[in-house]
Write a protein that binds this ligand. Structure first.
Ligand SMILES: [Zn+2]
Length: 468
């Protein structure tokens, strides 16, 4: 063999050695796009799912008589679960901020702003809602950023517009989509959005995947219940929004005025809500099936599913969510697979969802279980002073719950009084609860009635006028 031929062979060999992996990679990527190959990067995938607005006691996972959550039950059989997780906040923004950072609400401060606040002028507004908010502090690292620094590909698919860029909650996610409004990304659309993200945005040969999904089928606006579901009668759609004068909330008869009309409204509300939970659970099942089929979720896949708050369905004379840490609003389900936890301690503080997803364990310091909510002067005025007037703080230990709401300072034993209808003396409240009350008061200091500023903002179109 001449020296030239040897040189030629060596050159060709070297060229192939360099090019073949690239060709193989290109072939794999093309096959993945065509649905003919799974993701090579699927090992180590972490999936966090928030079933928005799902209260624990309306899931069949937690013993509800209607079969609302078969997919959540199937997932729970593969891992650990609790029906006594308490969301870190009373609505979407504070709860997701804690889920993404592991920081309690009173520390991260992401919340709806009171109507009057020194920061209002520089406030951002939650996408698709018109709610003035203080977004997530940009100095707090998010789980998406933490996962990215560990080499993960990060993606978000959120049906709830609040979990977006404006609130700071989408920080750190490289791929995905956030719905522009409530109701736009539901059912097959949200599953399709996950499919598109997996196919178009992710590299099947890149790092492992961290995927966050918010499913909002159980959140208002609720869809009509069609004929033939079986366990729930057909129902018309039921829409309301807290800022609308047509909100039935403002006309909702108090519990001391029982009536057939009140019962009929609550029955309708409960039916469309339960059907919404079933739809959210159906989307959860479809998303998990998709991840498995595309090779992203194998036996070592870590999946953490919970909710960000529940929904009041007439308890304490209330409907809606976001302002009262009563059980219907506060208690959510939690299911986790692929973690190092053998069981979930109860009551479970929602702030630990972050650690459970990030590291697969909640070992270490255990934060207290608590929730706080704040009065809103304009909402209180709109409801004739019946609602939204008071700050409220709750804390849980074992089956005992302490509640502070203005003049009310009470203890409830949830083991014998799950409906919280028999307040007990709260003389033995722990010092931590007292300090929580003080922090809640300080956090919301300044809320009140600067009507001139409010009218200015309304005129400028920043705030919707308070309903009459
Ligand atoms: Zn929410």
């Amino acid at each position: 063999m001449t020296r030239t031929r040897v040189l030629l062979l060596v050159t060709v060999g070297l060229g192939l050695a360099i090019a073949l992996p690239f060709l193989a990679a290109a072939g794999w990527r093309a096959a993945y796009k065509a649905g003919k190959a799974g993701a090579f990067s699927g090992r180590g995938t972490v999936v966090m799912v928030v079933l928005d607005n799902v209260r624990a006691d309306h899931t069949s996972l937690c013993g509800y008589a209607r079969p609302t959550t078969p997919n959540l039950e199937a997932l729970a059989r593969e891992g650990v679960h609790t029906c006594r997780a308490y969301a870190p906040g009373t609505w979407t923004l504070p709860s997701h901020a804690s889920y993404f950072t592991g920081v309690p609400m009173l520390d991260h401060g992401a919340h709806e702003l009171p109507v009057v606040d020194a920061e209002l002028a520089s406030a951002s507004y939650a996408r698709g809602t018109g709610i003035p908010i203080r977004g997530l502090d940009d100095k707090l690292p998010t789980i998406a950023e933490q996962m990215a620094s560990r080499g993960y590909q990060t993606a978000i698919v959120s049906a709830n517009p609040v979990v977006g860029k404006e609130s700071g909650l989408a920080r750190g996610f490289r791929h995905g989509v956030v719905s522009p409004s409530f109701g736009a990304l539901m059912d097959e659309r949200v599953v399709g959005a996950v499919a598109d993200t997996l196919r178009d945005d992710l590299d099947p040969l890149g790092g492992p995947l961290f995927l966050f999904v918010n499913l909002a089928e159980a959140h208002q606006p609720w869809a009509a219940v069609p004929e033939g579901v079986g366990w729930v009668p057909a129902r018309d759609t039921l829409k309301f929004h807290s800022s609308s004068a047509n909100n039935p909330w403002y006309h909702f008869p108090p519990p001391e005025e029982p009536s057939a009309e009140r019962d009929a409204f609550l029955g309708h509300l409960t039916d469309v809500y339960d059907y919404g939970i079933w739809r959210a659970d159906r989307s959860l099942g479809a998303v998990l099936d998709l991840l498995r089929a595309r090779g992203w979720c194998g036996s070592d896949c870590r999946v953490v599913v919970t909710s960000d708050h529940g929904e009041l369905l007439g308890e304490h004379g209330l409907i809606d969510h976001g302002f009262y840490p009563w059980e219907g609003n506060a208690r959510v389900p939690l299911v986790a697979t692929g973690t190092r936890e053998a069981a979930i301690e109860e009551p479970f503080p929602g702030t630990l969802v972050h650690a459970l997803a990030l590291d697969g364990t909640t070992a270490g310091a255990r934060p207290g279980v608590s929730q706080a909510a704040f009065g809103q002067a304009h909402r209180a005025r709109a409801s004739g002073g019946r609602f939204y007037a008071e700050r409220m703080t709750a804390a849980w230990a074992g089956t005992v719950k302490w509640v502070w709401q203005g003049a009310l300072l009470a203890k409830y034993d949830l083991a014998v009084d799950p409906a919280e209808t028999h307040p007990l003396p709260a003389d033995d409240a722990p010092p931590a609860f007292t300090s929580l009350r003080e922090r809640t008061r300080d956090f919301s200091a300044g809320q009140g009635g600067d009507d001139a500023l409010r009218e200015q903002l309304e005129a400028a179109g920043y705030l919707e006028p308070a309903p009459p």
